[in-house]
Design a protein around this ligand. Structure first.
Ligand SMILES: *Cc1c(COP(=O)(O)O)cnc(C)c1O
Length: 394
């Protein structure tokens, strides 16, 4: 998978070409799906760099090359899911007695992995509001080995100052990992802001079409790559060639998709902000958002995730989520189609009763790339249908 050096090219060009030179044997423009588990050797120990597909596969190698290029990292590793990547990274970084700082509204699955699995191995953790740097400083312990940041966060779209957290850790042994799933590398590149490692659920914006589950870790340090690759091969959470191929296909359009997701989300957030049935809107692209300035500094644009609270209580919020037609009622995010969900009953039901509990009037949108007029008309009809009685009763 070597050939033209794409490093000097712009993001959109690298997304289409980095690691994806034409197939050397056939000239195929698109990287083939190397659907093979093993590779013939010319003599014992003499091979073309591939021995067994848990360890390496050419379709996966192409995905590694483009992911590393897009995040500005030296290397990338692809996984069977975002959580498989998280598990492997935590297993590699942490030992009994270590401590982890986790965003207080981290992805629910990350919280569950930490609280119900990793913590069984003598590893302690604290939840911190990472948008408050003083709180991060106060929560750090000498044995903290990992600081896990998400920005923007889920579902409240809080913004964390990546450079600010990296500076706090300058003289501390903890590694800074940024879950960059909500922004994608097109909008935000955490390594450039001082993060040690970047994590993705490629299931979301990177894949972009709601047709594949995957994850990735990207970094710069060569020794971390060697150890992490050892851990991945030892534990086995690798993606199959077809999943890698679907992800590669999604990546080619990442830039144009993120531009449209961001423009549509801005239009939707502005519409919601001016609607009488809506109480508060959470979107880092709105100038009134508390993290707006930091987001404007570390992101190219503000992505497609919007959350809001309705007036009129749970019935109203659940009613809106149940009555949209273009926005489909579903978990997940980052695909070309718009989705709506009620975090309290759906994605965040597992954090009920914890510090990460969400309001019952909260609705979350993954704004897709349909036409903005249809998205706004759909939300308008759902708000009108679900909220008027509730609003007049307020
Ligand atoms: C979905 C998601 C994950 C987990 O990824 P999977 O691919 O579902 O395992 C991690 N972090 C964030 C922010 C996510 O949205």
């Amino acid at each position: 998978m070597t050939g033209t050096d794409w490093d000097a090219a712009e993001f959109e060009t690298r997304a289409i070409h980095a690691g994806q030179d034409p197939d050397p044997t056939t000239g195929a423009v698109i990287t083939p799906i190397y659907q093979t588990s093993t590779y013939v050797q010319e003599a014992v120990g003499v091979h073309k760099g591939f021995e067994y597909s848990r360890t390496d596969n050419p379709t996966r190698s192409a995905l590694h090359a483009v992911l590393a290029s897009l995040e500005g990292g030296a290397w990338a590793l692809a996984y069977a899911s975002g959580l498989a990547a998280t598990q492997n990274l935590m297993q590699y970084l942490l030992r009994p007695g270590d401590h982890v700082l986790l965003s207080d509204d981290a992805y629910g699955g990350t919280y569950r992995l930490m609280a119900k699995v990793i913590s069984n191995y003598g590893i302690d953790f604290s939840l911190v509001d990472m948008s408050d740097l003083e709180a991060v400083r106060a929560a750090l312990r000498p044995e903290t080995k990992l600081v896990w940041v998400e920005t923007p966060t889920n579902p409240y779209l809080k913004v964390v100052d990546i450079r600010g957290v990296a500076d706090l850790l300058a003289d501390h042994p903890a590694r800074l990992v940024v879950d960059n799933t909500f922004a994608s590398p097109y909008l935000q590149q955490p390594l450039a802001h001082g993060a040690d490692l970047v994590l993705h659920s490629t299931t979301k914006y990177i894949g972009g079409h709601s047709d594949v589950v995957g994850g990735a870790v990207i970094g710069n340090e060569p020794d971390v790559f060697e150890s992490l690759k050892f851990h991945q091969n030892a534990a086995g959470a690798v993606p199959g060639p077809f999943d890698c191929w679907l992800t590669l296909r999604g990546i080619k359009t990442l830039g144009v998709r993120m531009d449209r997701h961001s423009a549509n989300a801005r239009a939707v957030a502005t519409f919601l902000q001016n609607h009488e049935a809506v109480d508060r809107v959470f979107y880092p692209g709105l100038p009134g958002h508390p993290g707006h300035e930091i987001a404007a500094r570390q992101m190219r644009d503000f992505s497609g995730m919007v959350a809001f609270t309705t007036r009129g209580g749970y019935e109203a919020a659940a009613g809106v989520a149940g009555q949209t037609k273009v926005f489909q009622l579903a978990e997940s995010l980052g695909g070309v189609e718009s989705l709506i969900e009620h975090p309290g009953m759906m994605t965040h039901a597992s954090v009920a009763g914890t510090g990460a509990e969400v309001e019952e009037t909260l609705v979350r949108l993954s704004v897709g790339i349909e036409h903005e007029a249809d998205l706004i008309a759909d939300l308008r009809q759902a708000l009108t249908a679900a909220v008027p009685a509730a609003v007049s009763a307020d």
